[in-house]
Design a protein around this ligand. Sequence first.
Ligand SMILES: C[S@@+](CC[C@H](N)C(=O)[O-])C[C@H]1O[C@@H](n2cnc3c(N)ncnc32)[C@H](O)[C@@H]1O
Length: 226
Amino acid sequence: MNFAHRKPCDHRAMSTLTTAPVKPLLATLFADARRTQERFRLQRADLLAQGHRPGSPEFAAATRQAHLAVTPETGQLLYLLTRTAKARTVVEFGTSFGVSTLHLAAALRDNGTGTLITTELEPTKAAATRATLAEAGLADLVEILEGDARQTLPQRRPRPIDLLFLDGANHLYVEVLRLLEPDLAPGALVVADNAGAPGYRDYLATQDRYVSVSVGERVEVTVVAD
Ligand SMILES: C[S@@+](CC[C@H](N)C(=O)[O-])C[C@H]1O[C@@H](n2cnc3c(N)ncnc32)[C@H](O)[C@@H]1O
């Protein structure tokens, strides 16, 4: 194979992800996420025992303070998929306090350009993420759509989508994917965290246009046929 036409990378270049201000911000966010995760786990068990279901007002109140963030490994996977796909338009379902958002936006910065449209139901989480993105120097790459993604995304209609990350309410994965399917670019990637969500992998399996692989127990990476 002849790689003569390819520009070599600059060996002095540094990744936005692994340098300040993003690196220390992520360290703080991951520490906060660990603290809120355990509290949420206990609240969730209580709510389920009381007969409440995900999507109910009781669950919404419990998730308000919880990061429910991706793991560091999933964050790095998002960064490297966004980079290797040379994604320009990225859509995220479920911002929370912005852990995955920072990884995706850092990748767009290192790609040279792009837009991340991210969606968050909770105004307090959206506001906190806006502040974090400003601190990270990544705010110019990210639009946060506040409200239910099922309403905000059809109004904004970003397209063609090069990478879609599903990490909002799990029971809505299929609905959100179907909503955005007409706007997925050929060869687009769809990444889902908590991909054991009801019906999600079953839905993928019924669609000839998807080729999909599970990465660990939680993550599913899917490519959309041309
Ligand atoms: C698992 S957390 C997202 C974690 C985030 N991706 C991260 O790595 O830090 C899920 C988030 O989705 C939000 N959410 C749930 N249903 C939503 C909806 N219908 N539209 C927009 N956001 C939603 C919740 O408020 C919550 O903050």
